[in-house]
Design a protein. Structure first.
Lengths: 240, 223
């Protein structure tokens, strides 16, 4: 079994209009810039995929990556905890113009909803948001004298993930804090697509060091010179 | 009106209550300053929501690794014994009661411990981040804040007017004028500036202060 694919365009094939796509990363740390830009390229060439719902902690920064998808007009809705950044103009302009939807989810709830989606748990209770506007309309229950809010799982048609090492079976490691949501998203998507800085043979990643087991991964593409979103943003790069 | 503590002095005062070895989450912005003022001989272990335990100071300019950041998206460094973990584990540490202290900023805090620190109302783009999770689970949830708003209105109130972050969650408040505990849905005055009378403090506080037998002086070094 070899999950590697030859190029970025092949890696993101099958992501179509109206799908829900999870994108790993927290700010620029872990953002799979090259996979995202491959989707932007396809949209510019063919007009698809559009009307996407994206799941990410944030809603883009500057004019690259997720922000470039929003700028291009591919995104109908963001599900995120914090749609602000150093340069949030792509999302903010469309949001204030009523051109993009927003579901705000507390960060820990977002993580647990994705985890639940990957783990086959349709709903769970959390103390977060009890008594706040975010809990409006959601079932509440009392356990051992405290109140908790019911939240539902979150799943996706596809996930875009940036890894450090991958082997041909899809076993992954991550770099530093770039791990964040990615292991959860890898499990919660129908098709998990990974860009890895290096692809190695099975056995070359110590099983003790595997963070995401290959069962959660469908496609792996090598991007040895991967860009870092924060660095691009600071250089003023615009992906257009 | 008496002079008040600077932000650095408020952060210093909050840092005095953090035990050696405590697991601590500092909110984005002003609360991050608390890390600078750990008393000699004590070292807290700092947690950040995006999956790092035991991070240290910011790197020198030009030395940033943007894969190594905190929840405020600022570059950080690691201390020996640091660890990385994914977001579900990170918030298990938060909600699961594993943190000793969370220190947060605030717009308003009510005498019953309700906290409002995420939204100033319906205008603009809403953004909650980890605030609604962080107020649940830590053994102590403390707030550091100026005692009043920029227009001089009380930030310590009977009931919050702004959208809530969490209900009944705050246990201690460090302000520019006082240290106040939330106990049995009342503000209990523990420390105040020695130059300030209780009446003066009450006049800028939006709910009744309960006065215990001993009220210590709030004194911070020049910083």
């Amino acid at each position: 079994m070899d999950k590697t694919v030859p190029n970025l365009a092949t890696a993101v094939a099958g992501i179509e209009d109206g799908m829900t796509v999870m994108i790993g990363g927290f700010g620029g740390s872990g953002a799979p810039i090259e996979l995202i830009h491959a989707l932007v390229d396809r949209f510019k060439a063919t007009g698809s995929p559009r009307n996407l719902t994206l799941v990410n902690n944030n809603a883009g920064n500057g004019r690259v990556g997720l922000a470039a998808m929003i700028d291009a007009g591919m995104v109908a809705k963001m599900i995120c905890s914090f749609p602000r950044s150093a340069d949030p103009r792509a999302f903010t302009e469309k949001y204030l113009a009523g051109e993009i939807g927003l579901e705000i989810v507390p960060q820990g709830t977002l993580a647990e909803r994705i985890r639940a989606g990957g783990a086959g748990i349709p709903a769970f209770y959390t103390p977060a948001s009890y008594g706040t506007d975010v809990a409006k309309g959601k079932p509440v229950a009392e356990f051992d004298g405290k109140h908790y809010v019911q939240e539902r799982w979150l799943k996706a048609d596809a996930a875009l993930i940036k890894a450090e090492l991958a082997d041909e079976l899809g076993n992954l490691t991550y770099r530093k804090a770039a791990r964040n949501f990615s292991p959860l998203m890898a499990a919660a998507a129908q098709v998990t697509i990974v860009q890895a800085t290096s692809i190695v043979q099975p056995g070359e990643i110590d099983p003790e060091h595997v963070v995401t087991p290959g069962i959660f991964v469908d496609r792996v593409v090598a991007v040895p010179d991967a860009k870092q979103e924060e660095a691009l943003m600071r250089e003023g790069v615009a992906y257009a | 009106m008496s002079s008040k503590l600077t932000n650095a002095q408020i952060a210093w005062r909050a840092a005095q209550d953090i035990e050696d070895g405590a697991y601590v989450n500092l909110g984005i912005g002003f609360p991050e300053m608390v890390a600078k003022f750990q008393p000699p001989g004590r070292q807290a272990i700092f947690h950040t929501e995006n999956g790092v335990l035991n991070f240290g100071e910011a790197p020198a300019a030009g030395e940033e690794d943007w894969d190594l950041i905190n929840a405020g998206k600022k570059a950080i460094t690691l201390r020996p014994g640091a660890s990385f973990f994914h977001h579900a584990d990170s918030f298990a540490m938060v909600r699961g009661g594993h943190l000793d202290v969370a220190i947060l900023g605030t717009y308003e805090v009510a005498q019953n411990g309700d906290l409002a620190n995420w939204s100033t109302g319906p205008k603009g783009v809403p953004a909650v981040g980890g605030a609604m999770d962080l107020v649940h689970g830590a053994k102590r949830v403390a707030v550091i804040t100026d005692h009043v708003t920029k227009d001089g209105k009380p930030k310590l109130v009977e009931r919050c007017n702004l959208p809530l972050t969490g209900v009944g969650c705050v246990t201690r408040i460090y302000t520019s004028l006082a240290v106040i505990d939330v106990e049995n849905a009342r503000f209990v005055l523990r420390e105040k500036l020695p130059s300030m009378s209780v009446d003066e403090l009450q006049a800028v506080t939006g709910a009744k202060l309960v006065l215990p037998d001993t009220i210590a002086d709030l004194v911070a070094p020049e910083l």
